[in-house]
Design a protein around this ligand. Structure first.
Ligand SMILES: *[C@@H]1O[C@H](CO)[C@@H](O)[C@H](O)[C@H]1NC(C)=O
Ligand SMILES: *[C@@H]1O[C@H](CO)[C@@H](O)[C@H](O)[C@H]1NC(C)=O
Ligand SMILES: *[C@@H]1O[C@H](CO)[C@@H](O)[C@H](O)[C@H]1NC(C)=O
Length: 555
């Protein structure tokens, strides 16, 4: 999907003024507007709340409570259905204790001294539903709601399930502020919170460039800070096939960049568990029939041989849709994928299929003739995709596809989700997809791999996903959206700063209420949130001029 997107982008940019392409030129007017804000010392804002994304309902009082690192505890509250045997929560307690106190100047200070103000001595977590889902994996139906009451001496975080507790812990950690002397405070507050959209995703691409495990895990950390809940892992594509298959080891042996650039089954288990502990789903994408050049290296006859007149040209096109062996192979591969990745969904791709190679191949021409004169190449694509959809459905898995699969008229399963990604006409596409009764995910306005001068997060922030023509029942089919970071120009060196805090804008749009649109307020909170990410080891790039109290690399 990158090529078309880039073309649209370039033409849009040319149509607009060219000033955005002159980094030397004066800042845009809107940049100047933000100057005084950005220059304001962050400490001036340190007593205010800088929650990101903003909770659905929030009441903060002026009463302040102090936290003492050596005494403060995060504990299971009375009546909770989860206890110390819930390692997901135990792990989260440790993590959030670290985020709250890790950078306090007084963390090794004298704790025997009484505090000057009323003390908050603990945060109690109470899981109210009988099944806490502690040992489960998150799903599209997971309950992420929570209630947080902060008042002395004990704060209480209530959630039906562990997923809400994770979101609430993040919010609590964001409520804690440090004063100029390094003391930690939290205001008495009352928060009720739940996401606006159930699907809040980040797409990473480990085929254009291999992404080391460490980079993927760090991305999961940052996602949790922004309440994202899906990592869409575009794991293989034309350039390389880093997924190490158990059934077909030749795929990565021949198709990966090198024997070092692979994800072993153990690596993948690690990513899945690390994500689960943060309430994040891993949805793998095995894109076909296009975007599969790397598959051909380790699997004979899987790709279509292209022809130059009467002779094969030596190059290959999309997956060969007319051979039975293709479907035998795919059935075995997807059976394995379905068991390696526990999520209910597999992304099947289906974008940007180039028909020229199919057109050149005499066997395919022969096959087409047999189907009759109305059988187009788009139909041939649908013929292939429908078989894969049935295959995945027979594994008791559901599918996500890129929008072309729908556009070309393939018969989808009733629970297939269509991901809308193409350019500027996405509202019309959302209308069409939901009118046909399919669920949709919106990615088109959030292609973060497209970079430009200035504060493009504002553009992402201003998108309203349900702003398209349609009935209420259609709007309800929009499950959420995804910030996509394609990997042509991205590897471990620049993934994190390119993604954050730009993706944070999408995170708030998908979590917070529809009417949370004040861009000035968002700027102030996001600025603080970006500094908070820095403190937690995420190399998020700056929004604009200014500084953070704790800069990256501070001890
Ligand atoms: C938090 O408490 C402090 C101290 O009482 C107060 O100055 C500040 O305005 C409060 N914050 C909010 C967001 O109400
Ligand atoms: C492919 O499978 C179909 C249906 O099972 C069968 O009728 C056909 O003979 C097979 N073709 C080849 C070349 O084996
Ligand atoms: C958004 O709407 C809710 C409910 O209608 C209201 O309580 C809240 O104050 C509004 N928030 C903003 C920022 O306007």
């Amino acid at each position: 999907m990158e090529l078309l997107a880039v073309v649209l982008w370039v033409s849009a940019a040319l149509a607009a003024s060219s000033s955005a392409h002159q980094p030397q030129g004066p800042p845009e007017a809107e940049e100047l507007l933000w100057g005084p804000e950005a220059a304001r010392p962050p400490s001036a804002a340190s007593s205010s709340v800088s929650l990101w994304p903003l909770p659905r309902s929030l009441r903060v009082s002026a009463a302040r409570l102090q936290l003492a690192p050596k005494r403060f505890q995060i504990v299971h509250g009375p009546g909770s259905s989860a206890g110390p045997s819930c390692s997901l929560l135990q792990d989260a307690f440790r993590r959030y204790y670290g985020y709250i106190f890790g950078y306090s100047k007084w963390q090794n200070g004298d704790e025997t001294k009484p505090l000057l103000e009323t003390e908050l001595s603990s945060l109690q977590i109470i899981i109210t539903s009988e099944d806490s889902e502690c040992d489960k994996i998150p799903s599209i139906a997971s309950d992420e709601s929570y209630q947080l009451q902060v008042s002395g001496p004990t704060a209480v975080l209530k959630a039906d399930k562990v997923w809400g507790a994770l979101r609430g812990l993040e919010t609590f950690s964001q409520l804690v502020n440090e004063d100029d002397y390094g003391s930690l405070f939290v205001n008495e507050s009352d928060i009720t919170d739940f996401p606006r959209f159930a699907y809040r995703g980040i797409l990473i691409d480990s085929s254009r460039h291999f992404l080391p495990l460490k980079t993927i895990l760090m991305t999961l950390d940052a996602m949790a800070f922004n309440k994202f809940n899906v990592l869409h892992w575009h794991i293989v594509d034309d350039p390389s096939f880093p997924y190490q298959s158990i059934t077909f080891p030749e795929l990565s042996r021949q198709g990966a960049y090198s024997y070092n650039h692979v994800y072993t089954p153990a690596d993948i288990r690690l990513v899945i568990e690390y994500a689960r502990l943060r309430g994040i789903r891993i949805i793998p994408e095995f894109d076909s029939p296009g975007h599969t050049q790397s598959w051909g290296k380790g699997q004979k006859d899987i790709l279509t041989p292209c022809y130059n007149g009467a002779h094969s040209s030596g190059s290959y096109g999309p997956v060969n849709p007319i051979l039975n062996t293709t479907y035998d192979f795919m059935a075995k591969l997807f059976k394995e994928i379905g068991s390696v990745f526990p999520d209910d969904y597999i992304h099947l791709g289906g974008d940007e299929v180039d028909f020229s190679c199919w057109r050149s191949n005499p066997d395919i021409q022969e096959f087409m003739k047999k189907q009759g004169i109305w059988f187009t190449y788009a139909k041939l694509e649908s013929h292939y995709v429908e078989k894969i959809l049935e295959m995945v459905s027979s594994l008791n898995k559901k599918s996500i596809v890129w929008q072309e699969v729908f556009d070309h008229g393939a018969k989808l399963q009733s629970d297939t989700i269509v991901e809308v990604w193409i350019g500027t006409l996405y509202k019309e596409e959302l209308r069409r997809v939901t009118k046909a009764g399919h669920s949709a995910i919106l990615a088109a306005p959030w292609y973060l791999d497209l970079i430009s001068y200035g504060q493009d997060w504002k553009k992402y922030y201003s998108v309203e996903p349900l702003d398209f023509l349609g009935w209420q029942s259609q709007k309800e089919l929009v499950l959420g959206g995804e910030a996509c970071l394609w990997g042509e120009y991205v590897d471990a060196t620049n993934l994190t700063p390119r993604l954050w805090p730009r993706a944070s804008a999408v995170g708030e749009r998908l979590w917070s209420s529809k009417n949370v649109t004040d861009i000035e307020d968002a700027y102030n909170r996001l600025n603080e949130h970006r500094c908070r990410m820095l403190r937690r080891g995420i190399a998020a790039q700056p929004l604009f001029t200014g500084y953070c109290r704790h800069e990256a690399g501070d001890p």
